[in-house]
Design a protein around this ligand. Sequence first.
Ligand SMILES: Nc1nc2c(c(=O)[nH]1)N[C@H]1C(S)=C(S)[C@@H](COP(=O)(O)OP(=O)(O)OC[C@H]3O[C@@H](n4cnc5c(=O)[nH]c(N)nc54)[C@H](O)[C@@H]3O)O[C@H]1N2
Ligand SMILES: Nc1nc2c(c(=O)[nH]1)N[C@H]1C(S)=C(S)[C@@H](COP(=O)(O)OP(=O)(O)OC[C@H]3O[C@@H](n4cnc5c(=O)[nH]c(N)nc54)[C@H](O)[C@@H]3O)O[C@H]1N2
Ligand code: SF4
Ligand SMILES: [Mo]
Length: 696
Amino acid sequence: MSTTIVRGVCPHDCPDTCAMLITVKDGVALEVRGDPEHPTTAGVLCTKVARYTERTYHADRLLYPQKRVGPKGAGQFVRISWDEALDTIAEKLTGIAAVAPQALVPYSYAGTMGLVQGEAMAQRFFHQFGASLLDRTICATAGATGYKYTIGASIGTDVEQVQHARLIIIWGSNPIVSNLHFWMRVQEAKRNGARLIAIDPYRSLTAEKCHQHIALLPGTDAALALGMMHVLIKENLLDEDYISNYTLGFEQLAARAAEWPPERSASTCGITVEEVLQLARDYGNSCRRGDATLIRLNYGVQRVHGGGMAVRSIACLPALTGAWRQPAGGAMLSLSGAFPKNNAAMQRPDLIAPGTAPRTINMSSIGDDLLRPASAEFGPQIQALIVYNSNPVAIAPDSDKVARGFAREDLFTVVLEHFQTDTADYADILLPATTQLEHVDVHAAYGHYYMMANNAAIAPLGESKSNSEFFRLLARRMHYTDPCFSDTDDKMAALAFRKEDSRAVDFDWESLKRSGWQKLHMPEAPFAEGGFLTPSGKCEFYSGQMQRDGLDPLPDFIAPYESVQSNVELAQHFPLAMISPPARNFMNSTFVNVQSLRDTEGEPHLDIHPADAAQRTIQTGDMVRIFNRRGSMQARARVTGKARAGVVVGLSIWWKKLSGDGQNANAVTSQKLTDMGGGATFYDVLVEVEKVADLA
Ligand SMILES: Nc1nc2c(c(=O)[nH]1)N[C@H]1C(S)=C(S)[C@@H](COP(=O)(O)OP(=O)(O)OC[C@H]3O[C@@H](n4cnc5c(=O)[nH]c(N)nc54)[C@H](O)[C@@H]3O)O[C@H]1N2
Ligand SMILES: Nc1nc2c(c(=O)[nH]1)N[C@H]1C(S)=C(S)[C@@H](COP(=O)(O)OP(=O)(O)OC[C@H]3O[C@@H](n4cnc5c(=O)[nH]c(N)nc54)[C@H](O)[C@@H]3O)O[C@H]1N2
Ligand code: SF4
Ligand SMILES: [Mo]
């Protein structure tokens, strides 16, 4: 057989959504490459996904259905047939449906970002069943909500403009790790003379390569943005014309900003007054010169109590200075709101029985909810979980509670996976899922404006089945008759975007499959002349909607739940803030089991500032225990100024069972939620660190 090249898409939860070319020979995928023709991929895949064939053909791939034989969590399984697996699940779920359908809960996130293998056939199934709904808050909802109140939708500067920017503020983002193709354009801007400023408690790989690094305390970004506003207003570094035409509530905002002189901002953020002043002046003057001035704010700022307000406060800045006028200026968080997704057709919420309103479970507090008994408020106890595209035992906060919940003997758990993850160890039925090389899918993106098609490159390995095929088969077992349960993956993909929307007017699935990608129709500079998607059509410094939602209608600083300044009592016992952002060679917990990538990361590390280490007589190479009242984990210390004083950094997310003590950073994170959007607060944590005797 000859060699063929198949067009695919990287499925991972990464803004870049790269176009892949898969070389296939005799039914075997030999190699994946970045498509050189795709404008943002530009022929480059990150090191992780360049290893996609190593992951796909990994010796540990799950290849057939299994059922549990040992205790929950021990990971002992025996092979069964698909028929037995489906019969067992259907029988169990039929019993639950008869009593309390909401006792079934889906648990899924973005293991694949595909719209077909994500929430299409799966949601149809859960809606027909009457299962609980899942609020998918684990990553981005706080920031998305804060941005929406201010800008109106997740839309921002087109990444294809970034090379023209003259000043780029990289705010709570580590693009060398998490947004490589944006970084490639930042490099081009830098070669053209752009200045780069990183705002991050950690001297990340990215911060290291910027001209300036402002190392503020975690969870204090809104205070910095308010201090900047104070200076911009006081020194009249504003675009008054832009403000009067395209914004709402400047007077109220100015009154609020007046409360934030640079001294207050600096002391809240743990930085110098000079840093606040200089940042505001650099930003304001750059805009005033008419230089394209871009803020790449990212999810790093919003995994804390005031995460929504942090994003909202930062998102006000480009409207104050008119930075949106330039195509390469403005702000980017997520661009996903530009895609006219047809969720109603894909997910069929109309299948929910009329007159019923299933409850919503927040995925960020699944630990508590799994341990919660039935009550009038909560409804039925959770009796069954179907987990796909996620690894909650490793990635959800307050992991000890999550694991205790998953260990409940009376809980029935189905896990669809590529590998026997920490979560899979708790499954009653463990099912083999296909990878992106083995199924069809259609993708939106959140770091560029292209609709993307993934063709199946190879046949499913072993007896693996796609998520959509599993839910189709289960629907048949449950005797669901709606014709939508027979839709093929191609039929669903063809429904993905609304062609009535001018941005996707020429979307055609068959031609997208052939071409691989197609750009949405978007203006070059989305808000150059206003046109915000808020109720007023303006950038809302003052948000009436927030007031109606019971929130402060103006930007404000909301202190972390856990910090030395905000929780003095707790800080006496646990004086160090801990953050656990992504390690370069992992994708959340995906790829941790790929040997070559794990070898590069080595083992779990904790970066600690020399002053904090000295107080605890910790040296580089010591094994340390990181703990608080929720739990503890061990890691190898690296004494380094990369971590600012008072903050320790444990790059993540390790599989618990592949780290020394069977724990990871989520042993110490909490289930408290953000100020808006119900998001997780992974970077709002106080811990203590001590040296442990190293038996290794
Ligand atoms: N290689 C790799 N790439 C990834 C991922 C991965 O796991 N590995 N994960 C993907 C996913 S799901 C997501 S959501 C994105 C996340 O990627 P980003 O949006 O970039 O967010 P984080 O990685 O959470 O944090 C980015 C930076 O914010 C810093 N930070 C932490 N707390 C604060 C704070 O309070 N304020 C400020 N200013 N900075 C803070 C961290 O030190 C980190 O350097 O990356 C995606 N890309
Ligand atoms: N401490 C700490 N915890 C965090 C974070 C942090 O920064 N620090 N980041 C948080 C963030 S931003 C996020 S987005 C979450 C991510 O958490 P998750 O969404 O759970 O992401 P992954 O850990 O990558 O797990 C995805 C799983 O889906 C599986 N998978 C992939 N494709 C398919 C498929 O087609 N079918 C099926 N059935 N399975 C598939 C993969 O094998 C993998 O095990 O983690 C959060 N947890
Ligand atoms: S993880 Fe991101 S950078 Fe890497 S190939 Fe996928 S989309 Fe591209
Ligand atoms: Mo995420």
